[in-house]
Design a protein around this ligand. Structure first.
Ligand SMILES: Nc1ncnc2c1ncn2[C@@H]1O[C@H](COP(=O)(O)OP(=O)(O)O)[C@@H](O)[C@H]1O
Ligand SMILES: [Mg+2]
Length: 538
């Protein structure tokens, strides 16, 4: 070849030389039917379950159902561009998503493509969306606490790293808010948070993102959105894709928290796909594998053993009930898969008791060992006291005349109820919760009206910070010593002494005539019977 041969020719000849010019076989199928994001394909053999299929127009989907003579393929693109008669071929690969630190602080779709307009996401590693859960040998006990910042959860059903806890309740009972507040609380912890929105309204997702950016540490969060308008295939893979991204942090010895909002919508998408691919419907028209669908997903949340790096992945799946019916198919499935549930009650929510945690139905099956020792000591018999109060309250509502001791119990119960109330997006730190509970047990809060308690709660964090700077006996709020060791009696006394002026200020700022002392602000509206009883008492 002479020296003046153009460069393109050299390249072309080079490429030709390295190309094998031999006949190649390729299996091609044909789209028989297409609609609602699902394509039925014929003539394609040797395709595996969940294998990615590519259409002649470049769109992709994955094989969800393998029949003898046809394949049900779920599209990962808008289905309008695929038409009956198009050819399809298998790619020999499964659906994979990018993982790694580059995803932090981003809003993405289930395939890891950016939705926030902040430019491309450059990662080097991709992993399949379906991966086996860690085996028993690879796991460790769930003992480290997850500080949710929600005092009702932290004191009554403490969560641990690696736990799966279901948040379940009717529409608009604060499920999303509870999960987002838990993510906001991680601004002062080492946990990485992932919020997966499946089939949610754009406005709800936007509110969640706004709350995370304004209150939380968004740089350590990932938000994955498969909105109600996106392809069913994207909604279907979203929880799995989210798990894979979170697992990457778990497997590198870090701690991650994943919120899946919500699995009822995911199950509905699964049912839709199953009906379109003509699988036989079972109970409530869901296909028979819907339990397995969620069990294999949530099984991937785990606390790993030290040999595996000691990382953890905590899962907070959300499920929506209809008129509080916990015994519907999907909620019962999820309750039996998870390690406990936080039940949110619509009636409590409408009475103004927010977060509307139903103390009787909620539970954490992991046990109290996940609770920070200092908080366990401060909480003491709170759960029992509150349960007794709820029973007593019902009793006195029917005209029972409380004597001195019972009246004290009722007043303490009202006080606990007021403490368990918490405004949205204001998670408390461990020290704040300990301070409130210590003051409660010392009887300092019994005479406070609900507004006074609210202003005390609002003023507490700043006051504690100021005190911690000057007073060495108060340990630093985020110090691991406070979480691991117990609180010494002198530290507790210092804490209580510090709170006394705050309580006085809160009482003066909210004179008792703004509400009945120790009363329940919405009793009058929600429960006239109880209001008249409290008049009887006083
Ligand atoms: N603790 C709270 N304090 C005040 N408002 C709350 C609280 N929790 C939830 N809300 C409000 O209740 C409404 C419904 O909450 P959301 O979390 O969207 O419910 P869900 O996810 O159950 O449908 C929202 O407007 C939210 O701001
Ligand atoms: Mg919601």
């Amino acid at each position: 070849m002479s020296a003046d041969t153009p460069a393109w020719r050299v390249n072309a000849q080079d490429t030709l030389q390295h190309t094998t010019l031999a006949p190649q076989t390729e299996h091609r199928g044909r789209v028989e039917e297409i609609g609602d994001g699902v394509a039925m394909i014929s003539g394609l053999e040797n395709v595996g379950l969940e294998e990615v299929l590519q259409f002649s127009g470049g769109q992709v989907g994955f094989a969800q159902v393998l029949n003898d003579d046809s394949i049900g393929c779920v599209l990962l693109d808008t289905s309008t561009a695929v038409q009956a008669g198009d050819t399809v071929h298998g790619t020999g690969d499964v659906v994979k998503v990018p993982v790694g630190d580059a995803l932090l602080g981003r809003v993405i779709d289930p395939l890891g493509r950016p939705l926030d307009g902040k430019g491309e996401i450059v990662t080097t590693q991709t992993l399949p969306i379906e991966r086996p859960a860690p085996s028993i040998i690879e796991r460790d006990l769930v003992t480290e606490p997850v500080q949710t910042g929600i005092i009702a959860v932290d004191t009554l059903f403490a969560l641990g790293r690696g736990q799966r806890e279901l948040i379940v309740g009717d529409h608009a009972t604060g499920k999303t808010t509870l999960a987002i507040d838990t993510m906001i609380a991680q601004r002062s912890s080492d946990m990485i948070c992932l919020y997966v929105a499946v089939g949610q309204k754009t406005s709800s997702v936007r509110r969640a993102i706004d709350a995370l950016t304004s209150q939380g540490n968004f740089a350590r969060c990932i938000v994955m959105v498969a909105g109600s308008a996106s392809a069913p295939g994207l909604q279907w893979i979203a929880p799995y894709a989210g798990m894979t991204m979170a697992e990457h942090f778990r497997d590198t010895g870090q701690h991650a928290l994943i919120v899946i909002d919500d699995l009822s919508k995911h199950a509905a998408t699964h049912r839709e796909i199953a009906l379109l691919t003509r699988q036989s419907p079972g109970r409530e028209a869901y296909p028979g594998d819907v339990f397995y669908l969620h069990a294999r997903l949530l099984e991937r949340a785990a606390k790993l053993s030290p040999a595996k790096g000691g990382g953890s992945l905590t899962a907070l799946p959300i499920a929506e009930t209809d008129s509080g019916n916990l015994s519907a198919y999907i909620p019962t499935n999820l309750i039996s898969i998870t390690d406990g549930q936080i039940v949110l009650d619509a009636a409590l929510f409408h009475q103004g008791q927010k977060p509307a945690v139903d103390v009787g139905l909620s539970v954490s099956r992991v046990g109290g060992k996940t609770q920070a020792p200092v908080l366990r000591k401060a909480a003491g018999t709170l759960r029992l006291d509150y349960a007794q109060f709820l029973e007593l309250e019902v009793f006195t509502r029917f005209g029972g005349m409380p004597d001195g001791h019972v009246r004290d119990q009722l007043r303490r119960g009202e006080c606990i109820r007021a403490i368990l109330r918490q405004p949205q997006h204001q998670p408390l730190r461990l020290i704040d919760e300990v301070a409130l509970l210590s003051a409660l047990h010392a009887g300092l809060l019994d005479t406070l009206s609900p507004p006074a308690l609210a202003s005390l709660r609002a003023a507490l964090p700043d006051a504690l910070d100021r005190e911690a700077q000057t007073d060495r006996s108060l340990q630093s709020p985020c110090s691991p010593a406070l979480a691991e060791g117990g609180m010494q009696d002198d530290t507790r006394d210092a804490l209580l002494n510090m709170m006394k002026p705050l309580i006085t200020a809160a009482v003066q700022g909210n004179p008792p005539d703004t509400g009945p002392p120790g009363g329940h602000e919405s009793d009058g509206k929600a429960n006239p019977g109880a209001a008249s009883t409290s008049e009887d008492i006083s």
